[in-house]
Design a binder for this molecule. Structure first.
Ligand code: ADE
Length: 234
């Protein structure tokens, strides 16, 4: 057990898929894993461990924002000896060059957040995925003939804001989309010498206010889930 996860040691796999939403973790466990067992439900953050094509994989939620993914990813890496976390989430596109349902593989996460600096003394405002898992995901996408674009994204602390313009940091690093967790995950992995990557599905186009309907979300996320599972399996 760790402070926020009640699984016993050994009940979490070396590779964890981490959606933001606990119900998405449950959906993935029930529909993509065999013999999935619920190993933690503290605070409603479901963690399931099961088998994918003969390999043990855990899927469990991060919650929203850096404080939440900061806690869960840190405890997974340090208390459960997890080696690799693949975040699978949604993002808002800053540009109409992207379309709803597009799959993005995060090449760098840029943020104005002080999380990395105050947690670990990491001064950079842009952090890359850690280890080889980013390359594995890109290769796997090619093998699956899945269109997935490697790109920089903005990891933001803020969902609602007064200023409708694209934040300066996103323009500075040519970030095509925004989410709220990858930078915190990459910072933890960098500090701890672990592996981390993020795959995102575009759920909203910010300039036009288009978004994927709640009904479409499950099937919309299937290519990303399959890409993450196939990459985790390797
Ligand atoms: N995740 C999905 N859409 C988002 C948005 N517009 N801003 C931040 N995170 C998001």
């Amino acid at each position: 057990m760790s402070i926020h996860i009640s699984a016993k040691k050994g009940e979490i796999a070396k590779v964890v898929l981490q959606p933001g939403d606990p119900l998405r973790a449950q959906y993935i466990a029930e529909n993509f894993l065999e013999n999935a067992k619920l190993v933690s439900k503290t605070r409603g953050m479901f963690y399931y461990t099961g088998m994918y094509k003969g390999k043990e994989i855990t899927v469990g939620a991060s919650g929203m924002g850096f404080p939440s993914i900061g806690i869960y990813s840190y405890e997974l890496f340090t208390e459960y000896d997890v080696e690799t976390i693949i975040r699978i989430g949604t993002c808002g596109a800053y540009t109409t060059d992207l379309n709803l349902f597009d799959v993005l593989i995060v090449e760098n996460a840029a943020s104005e957040s002080t999380y990395a600096k105050y947690a670990w003394g990491i001064e950079e405002e842009i952090i890359a995925p850690q280890g080889n898992i980013f390359n594995i995901i890109n290769e796997t996408a090619k093998e699956m003939s899945l269109q997935a674009k490697a790109t920089n994204i903005h990891s933001s602390d803020i969902f609602y804001r007064k200023d409708p313009n694209i934040p300066a940091i996103a323009t500075k690093y040519n970030c095509l989309a925004v989410e709220m967790e990858a930078f915190g995950l990459f910072a933890n992995a960098k500090h701890l010498g672990k592996n981390a990557a993020t795959i995102l599905t575009v759920s909203d186009i910010i300039p036009t206010h288009e978004n994927i309907s709640a009904d479409d979300r499950e099937k919309a996320l299937k290519p990303m889930i399959e890409l993450a599972l196939e990459s985790a399996w390797k």
